[in-house]
Write a protein that binds this ligand. Structure first.
Ligand code: TRP
Length: 335
């Protein structure tokens, strides 16, 4: 019905709350371009979600634009995918409000992300942080998405979205498609370079642990030189005993398409210095074309604007149809 193509539809939202990391590139973004062959994909920069935590306005603008450009540079063709910014499609706020009225205080109180974030931001436990899952449900349900790719931390939000959709459908008939979470084929799980027991993350306290997708080559090389290893001085995969070296091997393997045996052979008899330098170089070369293309796209503001405007228009058409149905069902008068 809403979906003109016969492909199943995917919707995913990404918060422009920090700079993109090597971990998110290797673990997720890198695999997205290929999805467009099989699915009708919508990718949204969830800037409205991001302001549930206080932001520096200029920084939020910079990150949002940079990420639009970076996703395209990573191979997300804006012709084949619908790439848009959440605040450009007012239907999100509109359906978000309606769904607030079909989401229970008790359910929202049980969300682990709300509990975590309100414990972390005690000076700003705002209503948006609390109703965040209803807005996210609106994001998904507006597009009648079949599948929602999410990491483990967002699964509970997809669950509550399903509950809200089922509740609404139970009252008004089949308005919303009830979506499924989609766990994409496992990308690499990249760990921090400075504390390889934990995931590489932009919120890592030690900034040497996290490599950013658009970082300067010299900074990337420096971070890899400082990467934590062990005292064995042997390049060998052993996740448990050698988490640092194994993580570097994992990264090198994804960059060069070589398996662990080949990597062990390549560095047999070499010290960690050579190995870390080689991994750093491989990452620099992998990211170079992406960084250059991102910079090229950002330099032409008008062309970039044309892309996200077109995305917003396409998204608005789909979202508007669902919103119209919902307004009618709940008893609003047609303007
Ligand atoms: N809450 C998600 C996150 O923080 C981002 C998000 C917003 C999202 N809306 C969405 C993800 C809709 C999937 C679908 O990662």
């Amino acid at each position: 019905m809403e979906n003109e193509t016969l492909k199943r539809r995917i919707l995913s939202g990404i918060q422009p709350s920090g700079d993109l990391t090597l971990g998110s590139y290797l673990g997720a973004i890198r695999n997205w371009a290929a999805l467009a062959d099989e699915y009708d994909c919508f990718y949204m920069l969830a800037d409205m979600h991001t302001i549930t935590v206080r932001q520096e306005p200029a920084e939020l603008r910079r990150r949002t634009l940079t990420q639009v450009a970076a996703y395209i540079a990573c191979g997300l063709d804006p012709q084949k995918n619908t790439l848009f910014i959440q605040s450009h499609v007012p239907a999100h706020a509109q359906l978000g409000w309606v769904l607030d009225c079909y989401t229970m205080f008790g359910e929202l109180s049980r969300m682990t992300q709300f509990k975590d974030k309100s414990a972390k931001n005690t000076d700003n436990v705002n209503a948006g942080l609390f109703t965040y899952p209803a807005l996210m449900a609106a994001d998904i349900l507006l597009y009648q998405a079949d599948l929602v790719p999410v990491g483990g931390d967002q699964k509970q939000h997809v669950e509550i979205c399903r509950d809200i959709a089922a509740r609404f459908n139970g009252i008004y008939g089949n308005v919303f498609k009830v979506p499924e979470p989609y766990i994409p084929k496992v990308g690499a799980r990249i760990m921090s370079l400075s504390s390889p027991e934990s995931k590489m993350s932009k919120s890592d306290k030690d900034q040497n642990g996290c490599v950013y997708m658009l970082e300067k080559p010299e900074d990337i090389l420096r971070k890899f030189k400082k990467a934590v290893t062990d005292s064995e001085a042997c390049v060998r995969y052993d996740q448990k005993e050698k988490p640092g070296v194994s993580n570097l091997m994992q990264i090198y393997s994804v960059c060069t398409n070589r398996d662990f045996d080949a990597i062990e052979a390549e560095f047999a008899g070499h010290g960690y210095g050579d190995f870390k330098a080689a991994v750093g170089e491989a990452v620099v070369e992998l990211l170079r074309p992406i960084r250059e293309e991102t910079e090229r796209l950002l330099a032409d503001k008008a062309a970039l604007q044309a892309i996200y405007r077109d995305g917003a228009e396409r998204a608005s058409r789909v979202a508007g149809r669902t919103l119209g149905k919902v307004y009618k069902k709940v008893g609003f008068i047609d303007r």
